[in-house]
Write a protein that binds this ligand. Structure first.
Ligand SMILES: Cc1cc2nc3c(=O)[nH]c(=O)nc-3n(C[C@H](O)[C@H](O)[C@H](O)COP(=O)(O)OP(=O)(O)OC[C@H]3O[C@@H](n4cnc5c(N)ncnc54)[C@H](O)[C@@H]3O)c2cc1C
Length: 406
């Protein structure tokens, strides 16, 4: 087993790492301070467009696409260390056009979209000119079960009519968010997994209303945000349906495959950043005449953090490698395992870093509260831990099927 990254991955690690160090890190703090000082934070500050243009010119763009037609030809395994690097920053994923939910939506359009849909939406998304949202979850039903969705996508002649209410639609607050993917019930009589459809809707379509933006522990994550949206007789051409009626569940499953471990990859970087902040603070600050790092069990906390990051990284890489080798369908257990492990690991380390920072750790002077909110949210946003554990156990128990009592 070779633990070294490929020559191609190493080249990108070096170039992307240098870009983050030289271009993003020096401006990120000022950018966030300026954004948070604004009354209206749902804006794109010029520095973001400048960084995006530089990243594109440097060939550090759409790296997540595992093919040369749309990306640069990196496998999931090769992309993992790059996503990890971007996870250290709040803005890096967008700077490289590798941010959720656009990556997942681009993957859907690439895989299932018609030539017309790709021209209208995939092209500008890949160019970073627009952004998108994915609207599946509903306030009224337990949405960890995708077959529960009650909002409707009704076919009427050559149109589809969307009705219902969605929430936690990430990215909906961004001024460049121009398109969404809506999952709705089309045929309640069809078999359970063929009742729903996915439909593209322009954000400015008549009947689409952003009712409110939802905070996570008080953070609105501007300018991206998570919104609650109502759909009141929204009419779009039937050509906006993706892949055809009844394919919604299938697309949802596909969408939540490879793209979903991008969050896990980034969480490794976020945990590394938290450990780094923890070590610096604990080394610099003194209490009871000793550096914090020499008090109580603080060295154990640091050692545990290092061990937990290493374990989680190895599993991220294994899951990415399996997706490359056998596809997401053959890596279901590993994908679910890492989706439980990565956010829990990051959440724990960020929490420990906040503790070492004392009161400062809970303030906005450090990025830790924002990181904590992001890691905690990912224990739900990528599907609740329990749903993943259920799948892991199901796959595990298949090995012991002959012992199972009715
Ligand atoms: C920050 C954030 C961003 C998000 N972004 C998006 C987005 O862009 N688009 C989108 O459509 N959705 C998004 N979501 C929604 C997310 O996908 C859902 O919250 C998630 O799927 C759970 O659905 P639910 O909230 O309806 O919880 P429910 O389905 O009501 O589940 C609640 C709880 O029930 C328990 N539970 C459920 N199933 C099981 C089980 N099988 N075994 C044991 N216990 C179980 C778990 O504890 C679970 O947390 C986002 C959520 C957050 C917090």
């Amino acid at each position: 087993m070779d633990f070294q990254h490929s020559a191609q991955a190493q080249d990108y690690i070096q170039r992307l790492g240098a870009f983050i160090r030289d271009e993003i890190e020096p401006v990120e703090e000022d950018y966030l301070r300026e954004l948070h000082s604004l009354e209206n934070k749902w804006v794109v500050l010029p520095i973001i467009d400048e960084l995006k243009a530089k990243a594109k010119a440097a060939g550090l763009w759409n790296l997540f696409f595992p093919n040369e037609e749309h990306g640069v030809g990196l496998s999931n395994l090769e992309y993992a260390p790059l996503a990890e690097l971007t996870g250290r920053s709040f803005i890096a994923p967008e700077v490289f056009n590798c941010n959720a939910p656009d990556t997942g939506n681009m993957e859907v359009l690439e895989k299932y979209g018609t030539a017309e849909q790709q021209e209208q939406w995939l092209k500008p998304l890949m160019a970073g000119e627009i952004r998108s949202a994915f609207c599946m979850t509903e306030p009224g039903v337990a949405s960890s079960d995708a077959t529960n969705m009650e909002a409707t996508a009704t076919i009427e002649g050559d149109e589809v009519v969307l009705n219902g209410r969605k929430w936690w639609s990430t990215g909906i607050g961004h001024p460049n968010c121009k398109v969404g993917i809506f999952m709705g019930l089309t045929n309640p009589e069809a078999p359970r997994h063929q009742q729903h459809s996915m439909v593209l809707f322009p954000m400015d379509a008549e009947g689409v209303t952003i009712e409110r933006m939802l905070p996570v522990f008080g953070h609105y994550d501007e300018p991206y945000g998570h919104g609650e949206i109502s759909f009141d007789n929204v009419r779009v051409p039937i050509t906006n349906m993706i892949a055809g009626p009844g394919r919604g569940f299938e697309i949802a499953q596909g969408r939540l495959g490879p793209g979903r471990i991008h969050h896990c990859m980034r969480l490794i970087g976020m945990a590394e950043k938290a450990l780094e902040l923890m070590c610096i603070r604990a080394s610099q600050r003194t209490a009871f005449r000793k550096p914090l790092v020499n008090l109580g069990g603080n060295r154990d906390i640091i050692a545990n953090a290092r061990m937990n990051i290493e374990q989680a990284r190895l599993l991220v890489l294994k899951a990415a490698w399996m997706i490359d080798k056998v596809g997401a369908a053959g890596a279901m257990s590993e994908i679910s395992q890492i989706k439980v492990i990565a956010p829990n690991m990051a959440q724990q380390i960020i929490d420990a870093a906040m503790q070492i920072h004392g009161g400062g750790g809970l303030s906005d002077d450090f990025p830790l509260t924002g990181m904590f909110a992001a890691a905690r949210a990912l224990r739900l946003a990528d599907g609740p831990d329990e749903v993943h554990r259920g799948l892991i156990a199901k796959i595990e128990l298949l090995k012991y099927k002959k012992y199972m009592q009715d």
